[in-house]
Design a protein around this ligand. Structure first.
Ligand code: HEM
Ligand SMILES: N[C@@H](CC(=O)c1ccccc1NC=O)C(=O)O
Length: 268
């Protein structure tokens, strides 16, 4: 492409520019430090969290579409699409785990320069993180009571997630659409054993079960990586959000979205 072509192509589209399309003025004016004088590492801290929230938004978009595709069951003809989206979800989740490395270039001393300014805020108040947990299948309404300082709109988002079907509900619908019993946990477990032993007939069902398990495993990896980072940064201090800190986070490590899929491993 010649430079001349390039210029005329750019001008055909009239007004859109890179910066206006991506809303860069708003995006790049959204990093406001609390520390004064400014602590060098606070920009990194804000940036990392904003990147996490952008990816959480993308994950909610993908997970809800995967769920909807699964809710249609075999007859809906979109189970391949659910598989495709879940594969993307896994790649994003690996990025989220690896991104902890970047924040760990911050030393505890440098974090302490601005940490006291952050209370009572904490990751505990991440609405999108909790939405993802709810949508994945871990609906714990107690988190709604424990949320302090969230807006009415954020509360509505969470209420809506509590009311809507989860990825697990959608997977159970897939089992039923294949004529497999799925009315109780026992039936689901028995049906999963059938699926596991007849992968020829139930290839898509097995692939979706593995995709859910992978999502569960990656969420567990994030929790494990986060708590070790927390211990590195603040040791056994309590959290800015008012929890006991790393011991609260350690109590969350055994959380599993799909216990029946894990139990299946012992039954094969
Ligand atoms: C210096 C780095 C970090 C430290 C020291 C830290 C510390 C903590 C602590 C102590 C808690 C428990 C709540 C409380 O404050 O009492 C917490 C919760 C949480 N943090 Fe962090 N965090 C860090 C970075 C991050 C990052 C980068 C994210 C990404 C979004 C994040 C997301 C969360 C979430 C979602 C929770 C709630 C977890 C749950 O309830 O299961 N944190 N963090
Ligand atoms: N809870 C952390 C502070 C922290 O990491 C944080 C503070 C405000 C907004 C997000 C945060 N990230 C994760 O908890 C602490 O106790 O040091």
């Amino acid at each position: 492409m010649t430079v001349e072509n390039f210029v005329s192509f750019g001008e055909q589209g009239a007004q859109l520019t890179y910066g206006s399309y991506l809303r860069l003025p708003q995006l790049l004016d959204s990093q406001h430090l609390e520390s004064d004088p400014p602590a060098h590492d606070e920009l990194l801290f804000i940036t990392i969290h904003q990147v996490y929230e952008l990816w959480f938004k993308q994950l909610l978009h993908e997970v809800s579409a995967a769920r909807d595709a699964m809710l249609g069951g075999q007859g809906g003809g979109r189970l391949w699409w659910a598989q495709h989206l879940m594969a993307r979800v896994h790649v994003i989740e690996r990025v989220l785990v690896q991104q902890v490395d970047v924040l760990e270039t911050m030393t505890p001393q440098d974090f302490l320069e601005f940490r006291q300014r952050l209370a009572p805020a904490s990751g505990f108040q991440s609405v999108q993180f909790r939405e993802l947990e709810f949508m994945s299948g871990a609906k714990d309404p107690r988190y709604l009571d424990r949320f302090k300082g969230i807006t009415e709109a954020e509360r509505q988002h969470l209420d809506a997630r509590l009311a809507e079907p989860t990825l697990w509900d959608a997977f159970v619908a897939v089992l039923a659409s294949f004529g497999l019993a799925a009315g109780s946990d026992e039936e689901v477990s028995a049906s999963m054993r059938t699926v596991a032993h007849d992968r020829d007939q139930y290839a898509v069902v097995w692939a979706l079960a593995e995709a859910l398990l992978q999502h569960d495993e990656l969420a567990a990896s994030w929790r494990a990586r986060h708590v070790v980072m927390v211990e590195r940064m603040i040791g056994s201090k309590s959290g800015t959000g008012g929890s006991s800190g790393s011991s609260y986070l350690r109590s969350r490590l055994p959380v599993r979205y799909y216990p029946l899929l894990w139990d299946l491993r012992s039954e094969l």
